[in-house]
Design a protein around this ligand. Structure first.
Ligand code: NAD
Ligand code: TDX
Length: 366
């Protein structure tokens, strides 16, 4: 049995992970610490609020006393670290918060973990600090380059990627220097329920349903490797359970696709939903599909992202061989689940978009 501190558990992947973990390990304690930034949403955890071993704490991972009290008082033995500023475009406009949370925040967690788990007489028999990172630390690939392995040299290109790379190095250093029992996973682009609609797939779905342009950066040829969020959660579980301490594992979805093709697939899936569920026309009257027009008509090519990485691709052979990791979803099945969830949870994304979700939570969860 484990007692977990999940940082950033009210964000997209963190919330999916908490839902996954409490379902699979109902006897484990799960404490979430989340600062509830614009990307954090208590409503993402609604499904676990009544779980007997779940606790939510609003707070900053940079708050040393708070993190220390959670680890010590709760006798927690595992940290699963998701909390971060996570949107590349924001890191281009306002990088400071990325350094503060992703670098300094991670360092604060490592310091507290070291003091509590290595330097204290009261330490648990075993511990684990699992750090959730990204493929963006490896930089960008050309069309014929082999996919990123765990041995690919780091070459981060955006302030976001650089801040994640710095945090990965700190995690590695706390293992090498102090003996902290760490593991790191680097994964590709996630999609699925609860993703903040600033990222490509949920943004396209929301804009398509509300009749707004679908902004494709540059010529849309950039390639990403899409991973359904539950497959990512399963991968993290395997790393924590079976991964070797001090090691890094890549987690991918085996689904490379150009952005323009992803957007067209999303558009076609929406058209099909409206064709088979005519009641959607009244719910989303501004969607082109409600008027019988193709959703693709909303595609608009816009100015490219500064320093836009061209291609990411994950080689997950190490995780497959050592951990028996394999993604369950292909892009079609993952998109059906994601789109179905977005169609059924209009109130969630409308509340997130108009920033009124705090009032929405107060109304629904207190
Ligand atoms: P997200 O932006 O949806 O959620 C981040 C969460 O962290 C939010 O709930 C936010 O409130 C919280 N947070 C931010 N700053 C905090 C602080 N100082 N203290 C406490 N909580 C704070 O992000 P996500 O997409 O769920 O990503 C989770 C992790 O996975 C990140 O570390 C990210 O770098 C990594 N990752 C994400 C993807 C992806 O495709 N989304 C891919 C690879 C890796
Ligand atoms: O409106 C858009 N139009 C567009 O063409 C948006 C939001 C994105 N894009 C492009 C940029 C990227 O090539 O789509 C691709 C995906 O963009 P994002 O969803 O912003 O993801 P990306 O920049 O690839 O980073 C994501 O994957 C790695 C996550 O946001 C990171 O947190 C993760 O580490």
């Amino acid at each position: 049995m484990r007692s977990l501190l999940v940082t950033g558990g009210a964000g997209f992947i963190g919330a999916n992970f908490v839902i996954y973990w409490t379902r699979k390990y109902p006897d484990d304690r799960v404490v979430v610490i989340d600062a509830l930034t614009y990307a954090g949403n208590r409503a993402n955890l609604a499904r676990v609020e009544d779980h007997p071993h779940f606790q939510f704490v609003q707070g900053d991972i940079g708050d040393k006393e708070l993190v220390q009290s959670l680890l010590v008082d709760g006798k927690l033995d595992t940290i699963v670290h998701f909390a971060a500023e996570s949107h590349v475009d924001r890191s281009i406009h306002e990088p400071d918060a990325f350094i503060q949370t992703n670098v300094n925040g991670t360092h604060n967690l490592l310091k507290v973990a070291r003091e509590t788990w290595l330097d204290s007489d009261d330490a648990p028999a075993t511990h684990r600090f699992h750090h959730v990172s990204t493929d963006e630390v490896y930089g960008t690939l050309g069309p014929d380059d082999p996919a990123f392995t765990e041995e690919t040299p780091y070459a981060p290109n955006s302030p976001y990627a650089a801040s994640k790379a710095a945090s990965d190095h700190l995690v590695r250093a706390y293992h090498h220097t102090f003996g902290l029992q760490v593991s790191t996973s680097n994964c590709s682009n996630n999609y699925g329920p609860y993703q903040f609609p600033e990222k490509l797939i949920p943004l396209m779905i929301v804009n398509a349903l509300t009749g707004k342009p679908l902004p494709v950066y540059g010529d849309g040829s950039n390639i990403r490797d899409w991973l359904y969020v539950e497959d990512h959660c399963r991968g993290i579980d395997l790393v924590i359970d079976r991964g070797r301490v001090g090691e890094t594992y890549n987690i991918g979805g085996n689904n490379e696709c150009a952005n323009i093709d992803i957007v067209k697939i999303v558009c076609a899936a929406i058209d099909e939903c409206f064709a088979t569920r005519p009641e959607l026309c009244a719910v989303f009257p501004d969607a082109p599909a409600a008027g019988g027009r193709p959703t693709e008509s909303l595609i608009t090519f816009v100015k490219d992202r500064l320093g836009h990485d061209w291609r990411y691709a994950i080689n997950a052979t190490k995780s497959e061989n050592e951990l028996d990791y394999k993604p369950v979803e292909n892009f079609d099945s993952g998109l059906q689940k994601t789109l179905g969830w977005m169609l059924d949870n209009e109130s969630w994304w409308r509340a997130v978009l108009d920033g009124s979700y705090r009032e929405w939570i107060a109304k629904n969860y207190t």
